[in-house]
Each structure stands twice: as C-alpha cells, then as structure tokens.
Design a protein around this ligand. Structure first.
Ligand SMILES: *Cc1c(COP(=O)(O)O)cnc(C)c1O
Length: 427
C-alpha cells in the first residue's frame, strides 16, 4: 500500500505539478541566483523580488536614449520621459484593481505615506486620533507618530495601536470592529496593512473601509506586502488612499519607485497637499505659471519629474503581470502555499509552528513559521537553510518567513525547503 501523503514528498509529484502548471514558463523570465551548480530556492520575493530578464533592456533603453538624444529624450518617441510615469499606469491599475487615474508611480513608500497623510490626515481637537496595528513595520509607525507630532498632538494619547487578539499576533475582524467602535468619534484616520508583514495575515480592505467610514474616519492602507501578491480591488474597496512599494512582489528592483492610490472620489479634492510642478495640470505645466493647478487624480500628488532609471525595471515586471494576470497568479499562489502548508503539517510540525492564518482568504503567498525551541534554534535552522541554498528571511525573535512567489517559485523549490529542514533536524 502506498501512503498518499508520502507521495506528496516525491520528486515525481513535484515534477508533475510543475509540468502541469499553466504559468511555468514565467520562471524563465527571471534571473534566479545560483547556489553552486544549481539555482537557489528563493523564497524572499516578499522582501526583494527577483530581477526580470527584461529589466536590463528597459534600463539600457533609457541609458541609450540619454546618450543619443540627451534633453530631446523628454519629448521623443513612445517612451519619452515627459510621460514616462504614465507608461506604467494602466498595468499598475490592473494589478491593484483601480482606475488608471487613481494610481501613480512616484517616490518611495514612506515618502508617499507622508504625502498622502498631508491631505488625508487632518486632525482636529475633537478628532485627532489614528488607529493602526501594534507591531507595525517600524517605518509606518515612525511616519504616523511624526505626523501626529507635526500637527501638535500627542502620540501617547492619539496614536492608538491595536494589540492582536488571536494567537501568533493575528487580528480577528471583531477586534478591529470593536476598536473602531470604541474610538470612532475621536478617529481622524484608520491606517491598516493589506497583508501584515510579520504574520502574513491578509485583511478585508472593503470591510475595514466600511467600518472606518461609518465612524467618520478616513481610511488608508499600506499595501507593501499585498500589491502583486493578492488580487486587490482597491477602487471597489472604497479606501481613500493607499501606498505600496514595487521592490517586493512587484520585482522592480532595490529601492524601486513606489506606488500610490487616491480614490476617484478625491480626484478633484480641495484638501491641502504638498505640491510640486509634476503634479500641476499637464496641459499647462510648461507655461511655468506661479499658481498651482493640480492635475486631477493621483498624478496630482506628484512632486518632481520621476527618476526614469528607477522606473524602467517596473515596466518589465508589469509586462509579466499583464501576461500572467492576477487571477491566474493567485490560483497558483494558493496551490503553492497550500502545498507548503500540507508538507509542514505532515512532517515538520515538531519543528515549525505556522503563524499565518490557514484560511486562504486570510493570507497571501507568505507563511510565517515560528521555530519551536526559540531564538537560538531558529537562527541555527535559518543559517542551515541558507547553507543548503534555501533562502527565507528572519524576523526576530524566532520567525522564518517563506514566501513562494507564483511568477517564479515551483513545487520543487518547496520540496527543497522541506528536505532542508529535515536535514537540519536529523543532523
Ligand atoms: C517594505 C515595507 C516598508 C519599506 O518602506 P520604504 O519606504 O520602501 O523603505 C514600509 N512599510 C511596510 C509595511 C513594508 O512592508
């Protein structure tokens, strides 16, 4: 008799699954770092996505244009720099489920968070508070705390950090609802992650938006770990604004130009904003007049002409997202992450405790794995994995994050991870 579970651990099984994968060709569109004679099993696309092969050509295109056309590069051809940021707009809107006029690629994530808070965090004496999650990515907390202080309020009373109410640092929707109900009359802003970076928990953006709006607050999201990971429907969620980076699941390279969303209902807002010439109405920008007239939509929050070299790799990556499509990527992502989960439960339960929720609707690609036995054991395992060519990442005090990215990871990669853990356990 064959054990159906042991079959899941066979190379044949992994090979068959990968051969039947409709997205299998996309792996070849990426440069996979080497580990000796083989490729790494790279599970850190949630931190820095791999380089699309097409990225180099996009960057060289800009360098060539600069060499040959210099200042004229601003005005010549389809990829002229004057409108370069708009080349990514439609594909980006598709990835995050927005209208093209609702998204813009500009700056970096934390800079965009500040810029949008200038417009969408407008505290008053009666309503000064911000609700965020305790244990947020530090940059987000620094940004929110400093905005509060900038407006003359006290983070000790007005930065409300909701503690997780479920094991492993997870939040129930009921806890979020109760916090919004309790603080509602004082809330100026609810700022929540799409996917929590440490636990991998995914949130219902539409529901959080509904609750925040019902309490009279503005609602914004940090989608650093959600963009390119989950099929988002930002417009339909009703969120007021969102920000994200492009170097994680969106594979646009270290420090890549980031993204921002402003809901269409704010396209012509007269809220205050910090202005720069690239946010000025494109039709009259070069009349160089003294009075700022914002261009409607998200592009109206741009400050400067964008770093074209930093935007170039994003074009290569977004082409791949457009070809694969978020629904197909999500289908594969659920299969890969489910496979990882099944193998861990079958063989590694004594080593690893999965922190991330087990319902697919409450997670993206990433599983956060708490190493039983604590920090020292955890570090030893983490280092052993790296020494076996299996790359995850480490979060203090005892969590290894493993994120199979559906554009390039395979069942075979996941099998390598599981075998590497078994190897370490047996040693
Ligand atoms: C990755 C990440 C950041 C990084 O911020 P940068 O401004 O891009 O350096 C911030 N917040 C969250 C939640 C992140 O996951």
């Amino acid at each position: 008799m064959t054990d159906p579970l042991s079959d899941l651990f066979s190379d044949d099984h992994a090979r068959q699954q990968d051969a039947a994968d409709p997205l299998r060709a996309f792996r070849d569109a990426f440069l996979i770092p080497r580990f000796g004679d083989v490729e790494q099993a790279y599970f850190v696309g949630n931190s820095l996505g791999l380089q699309p092969r097409g990225a180099r050509a996009q960057v060289e295109d800009v360098l060539d244009k600069w060499a040959m056309e210099a200042v004229e590069g601003h005005f010549r051809g389809n990829s002229q720099w004057m409108t370069y940021h708009a080349l990514v707009g439609e594909q980006l809107a598709e990835v995050v489920g927005a209208e093209p006029s609702e998204v813009v690629a500009m700056n970096s994530l934390t800079a965009n968070l500040h810029l949008l808070m200038v417009s969408f965090y407008r505290p008053t004496r009666e309503r000064p508070a911000i609700l965020m999650e305790a244990g947020a990515f530090p940059s987000d907390r620094y940004a929110l705390e400093s905005q509060l202080r900038f407006h003359g309020f006290d983070p000790a009373t007005d930065l409300i950090e909701l503690e997780p109410d479920a094991p492993g640092g997870l939040f129930s929707m009921a806890a979020i609802e109760a916090a919004i109900a309790m603080h509602g009359p004082r809330l100026a802003l609810v700022l929540w992650p799409g996917v929590q970076y440490r636990t991998g928990q995914a949130f219902d953006l539409a529901e959080i938006t509904r609750l925040g709006h019902a309490a009279g607050a503005v609602v914004g999201f940090d989608l650093a770990h959600a963009a390119g990971n989950l099929p988002l429907r930002l417009h339909d969620s009703g969120a007021d604004f969102a920000v994200w980076c492009h170097y994680k699941y969106l594979n646009a390279g270290p420090g890549a130009v980031a993204g921002a969303f402003v809901h269409a209902r704010h396209a012509h807002t007269d809220r205050p904003r910090f202005a720069g010439w690239w946010g000025h109405d494109a039709a009259t920008r070069f009349q160089m007049g003294p009075h700022f007239q914002p261009t409607p939509g998200a592009e109206g929050w741009q400050l400067s002409n964008p770093p074209i070299l930093g935007l170039a790799p994003l074009r290569a990556s977004l082409d791949l997202f457009a070809q694969a499509g978020m629904p197909a990527l999500r289908r594969k992502s659920e299969i890969l992450t489910g496979y990882l989960e099944t193998l861990i439960h079958a063989q590694l339960d004594d080593v690893l405790d999965i922190v991330t929720p087990d319902e697919p609707a409450r997670r993206g690609a990433q599983l956060s794995l708490r190493v039983r036995g604590g920090r020292e054991q955890g570090r030893a395992l983490f280092e052993s994995l790296a020494a076996q060519g299996v790359l995850g990442d480490w979060r203090e005090p005892d969590v290894i994050r493993i994120s199979p990215a559906p554009l390039y990871n395979t069942h075979a990669d996941i099998l390598r991870f599981v075998r590497a853990v078994l190897h370490w356990r047996q040693a």
